[in-house]
Design a binder for this molecule. Structure first.
Ligand code: 3EB
Length: 363
């Protein structure tokens, strides 16, 4: 595995870094912390610290996995609350999150619509108007309510808010939508000062173009988002990826075969990104987050995934329900390449400064 994504050093990355690496100063502060995302039995927000959240997808112990995710910037961040929207920002990036309780009998489509409308308004009013990557967690995702599956109700609410906000498909973020036992609708996101470059997967129909047999409104996300990270890294945030080819579930209910199909999809998305520039040809996953319906099968998944991803990538396993009943596994990822090495003239020639090499990535 290529180590370039790691060559940045812990403080310069906007991707999950090893939380065991000490970064706190003498006062116990962590000035460059943009987000710390832990996983547990419940969604948690701490009024005293909007930088740290807990997502209700319990970790599945496996090997030396650290169990949580830390995003750091090479400079100090600022944090606060806007009503119940927690936010942290610094440099070119904003982390924002919202946890909405779901009262008994509430309409999930409406609840989602309102949550997204508020988040969109907040993000647009900030200096970081471009959502790059969004994570959505809802309870009982495959249960039926008011005649529709709850995931479909969620998709409808999200799509309505994005339509009202005049967000075109070309500006949809990369996303994850996972079901969990924890109550409430939890949404967290990374937004940027600049838009990213969306990347689709030629093996899969774009989710926003799925036929409406899956629900009245299709899922509003792109397969991956490429953007400039801190200190001239290039980052690829890969959406939750499953065993879907075209728009059809492959190998329904068969975990091992779904895993292999999912890996083919991840490879295909990354191939699309690598083709964009010589520098991106070095792109590899440095971080993979795996959602499993059945935690007892983590070992057999880990064996295959380790062999594919290599020893240098971090793997985190979580218990979660995938949005189609026949899907057993979903994998999201993050890849990065460090800045071109200025001391290497050959590389400098191959890789002109960011912004010139990839005109489609700039506004
Ligand atoms: C899929 O490809 C699998 O609705 O935001 C993956 C990632 C999936 C994100 C979402 C759904 C979402 O359709 C499901």
């Amino acid at each position: 595995m290529d180590r370039d994504g790691r060559g940045l050093g812990n403080r310069a990355q906007l991707l999950p870094s090893d939380p065991r690496e000490p970064t706190e100063d003498a006062e116990g502060a962590d000035p460059g912390l943009l987000a710390e995302i832990r996983h547990g039995p419940r969604h948690v927000r701490d009024p005293a610290d909007p930088r740290r959240i807990v997502i209700g997808t319990p970790p599945i112990p496996m090997g030396r996995a650290s169990g949580h995710e830390v995003w750091r910037l090479p400079h100090a961040t600022e944090a606060g609350w806007a009503d119940d929207i927690g936010y942290v920002f610094g440099g070119d990036f904003l982390f924002a999150h919202l946890l909405v309780p779901e009262p008994v009998g509430a309409d999930l489509a409406r609840l989602t619509h309102q949550a997204y409308a508020r988040l969109l308004t907040f993000v647009r009013g900030s200096r970081y108007p471009h959502p790059l990557r969004v994570w959505n967690y809802l309870s009982r995702i495959n249960a039926y309510e008011r005649g529709v599956e709850r995931y479909q109700a969620f998709c409808r609410g999200r799509a309505t808010a994005l339509t009202e906000g005049a967000v075109p498909e070309s500006r949809f973020p990369a996303a994850t939508a996972i079901g969990c036992d924890a109550p409430g609708l939890s949404i967290h996101l990374l937004a940027g000062r600049q838009p990213g470059t969306p990347i689709e997967n030629p093996r899969q129909l774009s989710a926003y173009a799925y036929p409406l047999t899956y629900g009245r409104r299709s899922p509003s996300f792109v397969r991956a988002m490429l953007y400039d990270g801190p200190q001239h890294s290039r980052e690829l945030a890969i959406s939750g990826t499953a065993s879907i080819v075209g728009h059809v579930t492959m190998h329904p209910g068969q975990l091992q075969r779904q895993l292999r199909e999912t890996i083919r999809n991840l490879d295909s998305v990354m191939r699309g990104a690598r083709a964009l520039s010589p520098r991106l040809s070095r792109l590899h996953p440095v971080w993979l987050k795996v959602y499993l319906r059945d935690p007892d099968r983590v070992r057999e998944v880990d064996a295959v995934l380790r062999a594919w991803a290599g020893e240098d990538s971090s793997l985190l396993y979580l218990r979660g329900s995938i949005c189609r009943r026949d899907l057993e596994i979903e994998i999201e990822g993050h890849g990065a390449v460090s800045r071109p090495d200025r001391d290497d003239p050959a590389r400098a020639e191959r890789d002109p400064p960011v912004g010139q090499q990839d005109p489609s990535a700039t506004k």
